[in-house]
Design a protein around this ligand. Structure first.
Ligand code: GRF
Length: 221
């Protein structure tokens, strides 16, 4: 899967907003001395709050505003050009709120990773926390997965779970899920950087030869 011959994996992170998952990845990469480097943070809008934080860390940043492009294809082509300047081994979607074209996804096959705030395959799409509350599930969480052309779908690298508590609001549940996201995404990317992740012939992920790990977030029994 990795492209670069050196042992330092090059990472590019894509954001659209506050970028708390991006911050968790940058901090873990630095503090845990991963064999990896965050080469750039690219946003889908110039006002993405996470850009300033990334700049303050000395990370290259760029913003492409989708409204400046005539089509989804044109935006994705420009986005891929910006990403490929950094020759990434992995492209990490961290709250990147754009549906990507199949051409873009296929260009990064096996190298494009996303975090989604639900236990996939439950609740793809938006408003996952409200969906969880509406259905009455007792367990909710997040999933880190390889991206395929099907939205919020693809081989699962790791999941994190939290209980749904009596009286939860979408906001309270989102906060509990976000805390476990900040554990699960860095762990999954660390495994990728360390070359411990393998895709089986039937499109399942193994980490060190084992099934993907489940993280227990706050309140989990
Ligand atoms: C996270 O909940 C992530 O799972 C979802 O969008 C949110 C982004 O939050 N895709 P942040 O920008 O990482 O703080």
């Amino acid at each position: 899967m990795p492209q670069s011959p050196s042992s330092t994996r090059r990472l590019v992170i894509l954001i659209s907003g506050r970028g708390s998952n991006m911050q968790a990845l940058v901090r873990a990469c630095r503090d845990e001395a991963w064999p990896a480097e965050v080469r750039a943070v690219v946003a889908s809008r110039p006002d993405a709050a996470g850009l300033q934080w990334a700049q303050e860390q000395g990370i290259a940043t760029a913003a492409l505003y989708h409204k400046d492009f005539p089509s989804r294809e044109a935006f994705d082509t420009a986005l891929a050009q910006e990403i490929d300047r950094h020759e990434p081994d992995y492209v990490l979607l961290a709250g990147f709120m754009r549906v990507l074209t199949p051409a873009f996804v296929n260009h990064y096959a096996g190298r494009l990773v996303n975090i989604h705030p639900s236990l996939l395959p439950m609740f793809p799409g938006l408003h996952t926390h409200a969906q969880a509350l509406a259905t009455g599930v007792r367990l909710h969480g997040c999933t880190v997965h390889f991206v395929t052309p099907v939205l919020d779908h693809g081989p699962i690298i790791a999941q994190g779970c939290v209980p749904v508590l009596a009286g939860d609001t979408p906001e309270a549940l989102a906060g509990r899920v976000l805390a476990v996201e900040h554990q699960v995404y860095p762990a999954a990317v660390r495994w990728l950087a360390q070359g411990r992740v393998r895709l089986t012939s039937d499109q399942r992920v193994e980490v060190d030869g084992e099934p993907p790990r489940l993280f227990m977030g706050a309140g989990a029994a």
